[in-house]
Design a protein around this ligand. Structure first.
Ligand code: SF4
Length: 75
C-alpha cells in the first residue's frame, strides 16, 4: 500500500474546518484559524489522503507520495 504526506497551503485554506474535523491527528488550526499539519503527523494511506484532499472545498490540500516525494494528482 502506498502512503502520502499531507501538505496545506495556508494562502488557499478558507478555514472550513472539514479536514481538521475529519483527521485531527493530521491537521489542526493555527492561531489564524488556518489549517496546518500537526507536527509529527503520520502519513496516510494514499486513498485516505486523496479523499481528504478532495474534500477540501478550496483545494488547499496537496499530497506528496511518501516513497518518491512526487505530488499526487487528486483531481
Ligand atoms: S478542508 Fe481545506 S479549507 Fe477547510 S480547513 Fe482544511 S485545508 Fe482549510
Amino acid at each position: 500500500m502506498t502512503s502520502a504526506r499531507v501538505v496545506v497551503d495556508a494562502d488557499v485554506c478558507i478555514s472550513s474546518g472539514r479536514c481538521v474535523a475529519e483527521r485531527p491527528d493530521v491537521l489542526r488550526f493555527d492561531a489564524d484559524e488556518l489549517a496546518e499539519v500537526v507536527p509529527g503527523a503520520p502519513d496516510l494511506p494514499t486513498d485516505t489522503a486523496v479523499a481528504l484532499a478532495r474534500g477540501c472545498p478550496s483545494g488547499a490540500i496537496t499530497l506528496l507520495d511518501t516513497g518518491t516525494g512526487a505530488e499526487i494528482d487528486v483531481d
